[in-house]
Design a protein around this ligand. Structure first.
Ligand SMILES: [Zn+2]
Length: 255
């Protein structure tokens, strides 16, 4: 090969490699994503839970226990954090706190809701729109349909199926097994986009979904009661991918 042809080939190779690198690198992976992790209102095994969080790649997090976390959830938080991960089971916000939280979601801050967070805000029906679902702590009526109380059952084994193999959170993942708590009789909004399902006699079918609220992307994952789940590599992968996906601002491009 003549020298100038060699140089041209090398330039082309370098351009190809840099393009490939850019395409394979998730957006924002050059700096850690900043997570505000809300906790409280429900017990959990703290050492194992935070042990998992300490090991998650590309993520830094700040613990935000109730009740101090409530007054953080207002516009301005999006300058300090990319994503709120909600593992708390909050009972009540004041009307002002509800407004501040929904105003915050207009900024496009990412939202990930885990496990018993589905049981939060028993007296704030709008919360089901925010996270795309609702565990009924008491009987409720939605769109004219009456729902009884939801149920839970610990220590269940699940064969989990990927419902959407093309979504960034689940792409390339195979069906997997999980040992965790089952929830049943909960509500999933017709607007929610289901990512994971189970066929289990004590658990509802749809167990993970995405939605959006305001300008925020929202990912909900039912799993997450205890160490057996947190130590499952697939769980950690779903959590990291869910945080990365929620951190993106263009909520309308992929629901
Ligand atoms: Zn639980």
């Amino acid at each position: 090969m003549r020298p100038h042809a060699m140089i041209a080939a090398l330039i082309l190779l370098a351009a190809t490699l840099s393009f490939t690198h850019a395409a394979d690198t998730p957006p924002g992976s050059d700096k850690p994503l900043r997570v505000l992790l809300t906790i409280g209102g429900h017990g959990f095994e703290q050492k194992e839970f935070f042990g998992m969080w300490d090991s998650l790649p590309g993520i830094t997090y700040t613990k935000a226990p109730l009740p101090q976390s409530i007054d953080m959830l207002k516009p301005g938080l999006e300058k300090q954090y990319d994503v709120i991960v909600m593992y708390d089971m909050m009972k009540s916000f004041t009307t002002e706190q509800q407004q501040a939280f929904t105003d915050l979601l207009k900024t496009g801050i990412g939202v990930v809701s885990l496990h018993h967070n589905l049981c939060s805000h028993v007296d704030w029906p709008e919360y089901r729109q925010i996270i795309g679902g609702r565990y009924f702590q008491q009987p409720e009526t939605i769109d004219g349909k009456a729902y009884p109380k939801s149920n839970y059952l610990h220590g269940q084994h699940f064969d989990v199926k990927i419902a959407d193999k093309d979504h960034p959170i689940t792409k390339g993942l195979s069906d997997f097994v999980m040992d965790d708590e089952a929830y049943s009789g909960f509500y999933v909004s017709p607007d929610s986009h289901v990512l994971l399902t189970v066929d289990h006699p004590k658990c509802d079918h749809n167990v993970a979904w995405t939605t959006h609220y305001g300008n925020s992307r929202v990912f909900y994952l039912m799993f997450g009661h205890g160490p057996s789940v947190w130590q499952n590599p697939v769980y950690q992968q779903l959590l990291v991918r869910g945080i990365r996906w929620a951190a993106e601002k263009d909520a309308t491009t992929q629901h």
